[in-house]
Design a protein around this ligand. Structure first.
Ligand SMILES: Cc1cc2nc3c(=O)[nH]c(=O)nc-3n(C[C@H](O)[C@H](O)[C@H](O)COP(=O)(O)O)c2cc1C
Length: 259
């Protein structure tokens, strides 16, 4: 082999070796860091669940505060708790993608643009000192303008009064649709009512709630400059509180019939 051929061979060997070492470093880092990333994700979810319910004290440990929360798996159609499924092992997002554990939605059935709705969902219960239900926190999601927005809505024990709402993951534009994270806007939600009789009456308006509106208790101001995201929030909230969402569970809860 010529001298230049040998040089090229050496360069290729070194380059290949370097690639191999780098890929090993990257894949090892990914494997080693995965549990820590997963733990951080879980912690963030817990923080957001507490925050939606207005229970988060930033000065205290999230884990300790989350001890007051009981996580349950619910059969959405029946509105009943499911026994025998460990909530800690239940991945609701995976369930929503699995044709065996979800059903396809289309057209008018899918106002929140979910594509599929899982058969089972997680809910989070907070009890008072004597063990009675104080708050129930529901996972909600739906499409805004650019993205699926994932959040939680907390209700008081009547299953009708909003205790809070928050989104922990979305891709809406900062300053426009991203204002769904604005604490001032989120502060409008607590105290609003969901149902009028059996109908989902809560709605997010385009613009502000008119002064003296007869339906003020059920109406939330829309975000200006973000009508499309606001519409998405309106649709997803109404969907998840409706009969395809958590309404059967909340109905059973109101009737004290939750087994
Ligand atoms: C770059 C860009 C990003 C935008 N992001 C959002 C968004 O995240 N959410 C939204 O509702 N509208 C967004 N809009 C504005 C929408 O196109 C639309 O004008 C707006 O929703 C209308 O709201 P308004 O009727 O309150 O003005 C964006 C517009 C531009 C140009």
């Amino acid at each position: 082999m010529s001298a230049s051929g040998e040089g090229l061979g050496r360069i290729l060997t070194v380059a290949l070796g370097l690639c191999l070492v780098c890929s090993m470093v990257v894949s090892t880092a990914a494997v080693v860091l995965k549990p820590a990333q997963q733990a951080n994700k879980t912690l963030d979810l817990k923080r957001n669940i507490l925050m939606a319910a207005g229970l988060l004290d930033p000065a205290l440990s999230v884990e300790e505060q989350f001890e007051q929360v009981e996580t349950r798996v619910v059969n959405l159609d029946q509105g009943r708790f499911v026994e025998g499924v460990d909530p800690a092992q239940f991945d609701q997002r995976e369930a929503a993608k699995d044709p065996a554990r979800s059903r396809a939605l289309a057209g008018a059935e899918d106002p929140a643009k979910l594509v599929r709705r899982e058969d089972q969902a997680l809910v989070y219960l907070v009890r008072d000192a004597v063990g009675d239900l104080d708050k129930i926190i529901l996972p909600i999601r739906g499409y805004g303008l650019w993205s699926t927005m994932y959040g939680f809505m907390a209700l008081e024990s009547d299953g009708n009064t909003v205790a809070g709402l928050g989104f922990y993951e979305h891709g809406e534009t900062p300053g426009l649709g991203g204002e769904i994270d604005n604490p001032n806007w989120k502060a409008i939600w607590p105290g609003k009512l969901v149902y009028q009789g059996n109908e989902v009456a809560i709605q997010v308006l385009k613009g502000s709630v008119p002064a003296g509106s007869a339906d003020e208790q059920w109406q939330v101001d829309g975000l200006s400059g973000a009508t499309l995201t606001t519409k998405g929030v309106d649709k997803l909230v109404r969907y998840w509180l409706g009969e395809q969402g958590f309404q059967p569970l909340l109905e059973n809860l109101r009737q004290g019939d939750l087994s």
